[in-house]
Design a protein around this ligand. Structure first.
Ligand code: HEC
Length: 108
């Protein structure tokens, strides 16, 4: 086995291992791995922080794009995502949602 083969193999494995490491254990992890990484990586998912309603909308969007699973499976996925990549509903007052430029804040 040549050294180059090992290097190429290793470089190929790193992104795969990284992608899986980001999904925390829990009900729904296996479903996300099976259903949600068919078209793109899990990194698209884990970088978001959404409420349960927003994850529901996101998953509905993916169903429209062609994600395949039962209602029950998608329900589990929404709960899993909201728990691990979520934010409590309405925890942020709408007024504070938009980040104001520092200059605007300082002029007050
Ligand atoms: C049939 C293909 C397909 C499947 C299956 C799929 N997606 Fe997607 N997803 C896409 C496409 C196409 C995009 C937009 C293009 C891109 O960025 O790759 C996308 C983008 C996203 C984004 C980025 C934000 C956005 O709306 O563009 C998130 C988050 C996401 N998907 C979550 C999920 C989740 C959660 C699941 C599992 C329930 C899932 N996806 C399954 C096709 C799919």
């Amino acid at each position: 086995m040549s050294k180059w083969f090992l290097i190429v193999l290793f470089c190929g494995l790193v992104p795969v291992l990284n992608a899986q490491a980001k999904l925390p254990d829990g009900d729904g992890k296996a479903l996300v791995e099976r259903i949600c990484t068919e078209c793109h990586g899990a990194d698209q998912i884990v970088e978001l922080k959404l409420s349960e309603a927003e994850w529901r909308a996101e998953v509905d969007k993916m169903i429209a794009r062609g994600a395949e699973g039962t209602d029950e499976e998608f329900n589990t996925i929404v709960k899993y995502l909201a728990k691990n990549f979520g934010k409590p509903a309405a925890s942020i007052h709408p007024r504070f949602k938009t980040v104001q430029p520092a200059a605007v804040l300082m002029s007050h």
